[in-house]
Design a protein around this ligand. Structure first.
Ligand code: G3P
Length: 217
């Protein structure tokens, strides 16, 4: 299972990269704005900085909502750095753009996916990644993990190569459950990734080992 971090915060990206478990980064316009990165030039520069920190795929989202605009922006994003994956919203124009980039050999991430039907369309259009937003489904009393399970079933039925990228992951148990279901990738905050480290018996056990070592020295 690949681990992506869902942030535009360079310090957190560096910290996750330093742990040695990071496979990529996802961003979106809201995450950029949260870091105070505004304006096309600053945003493009920020993507390059992120690519220079991590080894893996970095999703960069188009702002255009029409096919021609998506193609223009996606090509510009893709030419910024070899690690850029063009992130495209799940709309009719977006599906056309996914197919265009798939035919051109450019990696894509289909975002804002909330149903199996949408995931099926993204796979048919050749998306590299599909991003079901599980946290936002949980927010409206619908189990986001059920969607991951259903997409896994459909993709396995037909051996689609599109990778399921569980997005809008909010906590550590989301990560664990996505792993159990077989999501190919998860993208979440650093806090959720670091939550995987924690167990009180580990802390108690380590304290005891260190105390016993000191007794003998
Ligand atoms: O990966 C998608 C993500 O950025 C959305 O997360 O927490 O705003 O639903 P959230």
């Amino acid at each position: 299972m690949k681990f992506f971090i869902d942030t535009a915060n360079l310090e957190q990206i560096r910290e996750a990269q330093a742990m040695g478990v990071l496979d990529g980064v996802t961003t979106n316009p809201s995450l950029m704005a949260k870091e105070g990165i505004t304006g096309a030039n600053s945003i493009l520069k920020h993507y390059v900085e992120i690519c220079e920190i991590v080894d893996g795929d970095v999703s960069a989202e188009v702002i255009a909502v029409d096919f021609e605009g998506m193609v223009r922006e996606g090509n510009a994003l893709s030419s910024l750095h070899s690690q850029i994956v063009v992130k495209i919203p799940m709309t009719e124009e977006g599906v056309k753009a996914l197919k265009y980039f798939s035919d051109a050999g450019i990696k894509t991430n289909c975002t804002l996916v909330f149903s199996v039907g949408q995931a099926l369309l993204a796979a048919k259009a050749g998306a590299t990644y599909v991003s079901p937003f599980i946290g936002r489904l949980d927010d409206v009393s619908t189990d986001g993990l059920d969607l991951i399970e259903d997409i896994r079933l459909v993709y396995d039925n037909f051996a689609f190569e599109t990778e399921i990228l569980a997005a809008s992951v909010r906590n550590t148990m989301h990560i664990v459950n996505c792993a159990k279901i077989g999501a190919d990738v998860m993208t979440g905050p650093l806090s959720a990734i670091k939550g995987l480290l924690k167990h009180p018996l580990t802390d108690i056990g380590l304290d005891k080992f260190l105390a016993d070592y000191k007794k003998g020295n």
